[in-house]
Design a protein around this ligand. Structure first.
Ligand SMILES: [Zn+2]
Length: 481
């Protein structure tokens, strides 16, 4: 196992990862509430944790990746009623859709995907413990609440002090007669008419949302595990509440490292249904192939906010096209392909570029930096092809393909990707065209057609490609057209 550094949201700084058990990592990620199609914020969580898991496994860690499914909550009940269908039919449909979307985005399945409705017993067990330990109380309505005043560390993760919350909350929080503190949160909701309910020691009802993650993570990974992740919007109150529930119930530390994804904005604004700038993954896949969406997500550091726009996805498509054009050029050379196919995994793993890639990813999963390494490899492949070092080009292609697989990118046949992306890349000259033009210019010069050779140079320049001649041959670079 190779060491790595990650940003722990609880400490608000980067720290070196120390496992609880040598070589093993327990990772729990809050998953989707399945009442509708996943949107691009969900795509970021799915893809982000996917490349994190792939990278950690590539470094020799044994990762147990758990991502839950919330299949009972207010929105699900409301939507099922609206549609006049059963909750099981609704959630079953959207679980299938979620799995399809995740697979198309190149995400591996989590090792476990527990559903809330299958863990009611474990949740009730934890609620019972919290009541016994006087961390929770039953209200006259039959609802059970967590008493945050019983857990002095409440606010530890978000950095919110109770006094601040109360001072700032006087207008926002409606004082509920039932609650001892306005920030007490519900663990068990008493049954209402036309709602699904389970029998419990506190009467028929259903669990609150927060308790499901405490109960399911404990069941799958133990009382105390390594990394808990999720979207940044879950840090407060959801994750704060999970800590309060789990630590009060078990008396143990809950989680060692908290990892949160940044927000997704759309054209500079927060994505929301009310602003009408809300996109499902399926909407976006109508215009862009899944790998383009994945590339767009990978190209920003997971903690940075990303700005989703057509222009950003077009950039992602262009960048991917450049990689695939390079691979297509390798594909065209039997000797380079031979070198690629015979490159050993040891040679690939020991390559200086692999080490630089690993260094970037080991520093809080810096994918932007890792992609910069991939661009350098592509540039070197093009150079090697140009100068006829075909074995070198093939070895570098093997490195590029291997590192791409860790990010979940560049695994298609070049012509398949390029065909799907053709409409967008026409406008910009691709590498194979440039190399062909350079070759044609060389031929023109050899035939003493200097006017023809010069015209090729001028045409390239008009399209933003400058040529430089030297003893070693001709190189090119992109410039403003
Ligand atoms: Zn959760």
């Amino acid at each position: 196992m190779k060491s790595f550094v990650l940003y722990n949201s609880e400490l608000r700084r980067k720290v070196e990862f120390v496992p609880r058990l040598a070589g093993q990592i327990g990772l729990y990620v809050c998953g989707m509430t399945v009442y509708d199609y996943c949107h691009i914020g969900h795509a970021r969580v799915m893809v982000g944790f996917d490349y994190i898991v792939r990278f950690l496994r590539s470094q020799g860690w044994q990762v147990s990746y758990v991502r839950n499914i919330t299949d009972i909550d207010d929105k699900i009940i409301a939507r099922a009623n609206e549609n006049n269908e059963s909750i099981q039919a609704l959630t079953g449909r959207f679980i299938d859709a979620m799995n399809e979307d995740a697979a198309r985005l190149g995400c591996l399945q989590p090792d476990e995907a527990p559903k809330a409705t299958e863990y009611i017993e474990q949740m009730q067990g934890m609620i019972g413990t919290l009541i016994n330990k006087q961390h929770a109380y039953t209200a006259p309505s039959g609802d059970v609440y967590y008493a945050i005043d019983s857990f002095p560390q409440y606010g530890r993760l978000s950095g919110r002090k109770q006094s601040d919350m109360q001072a700032g909350a006087s207008e926002r929080v409606v004082l509920d007669d039932e609650k001892k503190n306005p920030f007490d949160f519900v663990l068990w909701k008493a049954a209402k008419e036309n709602e699904p309910a389970w029998a419990s020691p506190w009467g028929n009802g259903r669990p609150g949302w927060h308790i499901e993650c405490s109960a399911m993570s404990t069941h799958c990974l133990g009382n105390h595990f390594d990394i808990h992740g999720g979207g940044g919007d879950l840090l407060f109150p959801h994750h704060e509440n999970e800590i309060a529930q789990s630590e009060a119930a078990t008396g143990e530390t809950y989680v060692n490292y908290w990892l949160h994804m940044g927000f997704v904005n759309v054209d500079g604004e927060k994505m929301s249904k009310s602003l009408g700038n809300f996109f499902t993954i399926r909407d976006v896949m109508k215009k862009f192939t899944p790998e383009v969406i994945r590339y767009f997500i990978v190209s920003s550091h997971y903690r940075s906010p990303v700005n989703f726009s057509d222009a950003a996805l077009k950039d992602a498509k262009l960048a991917l096209s450049r990689f695939y054009n390079t691979l297509k050029a390798v594909d065209a050379s039997a000797e380079a392909m031979q070198a690629w196919q015979t490159a050993t995994i040891d040679a690939v793993k020991a390559h200086a570029f692999t080490e630089r890639f690993n260094a970037a990813m080991s520093d809080d999963f810096n994918t932007a930096e890792a992609l910069a390494v991939l661009f350098e490899i592509a540039r070197d492949i093009n150079r090697a092809l140009q100068s006829g070092e075909l074995a070198e080009a093939g070895l570098l292609a093997a490195v590029l393909n291997h590192l791409g697989s860790i990010l979940g990118l560049l695994q298609q046949k070049p012509q398949d990707f390029l065909q799907s992306a053709a409409d967008e890349v026409e406008a910009s000259m691709v590498e194979t065209d440039i190399l062909a033009a350079i070759e044609a210019r060389k031929q023109a010069k050899a035939n003493k057609d200097y006017a023809g050779a010069d015209k090729i140079r001028q045409d390239l320049l008009a399209q933003g490609v400058a040529l430089e001649d030297s003893k070693e041959g001709t190189t090119w670079r992109r410039v403003e057209a």
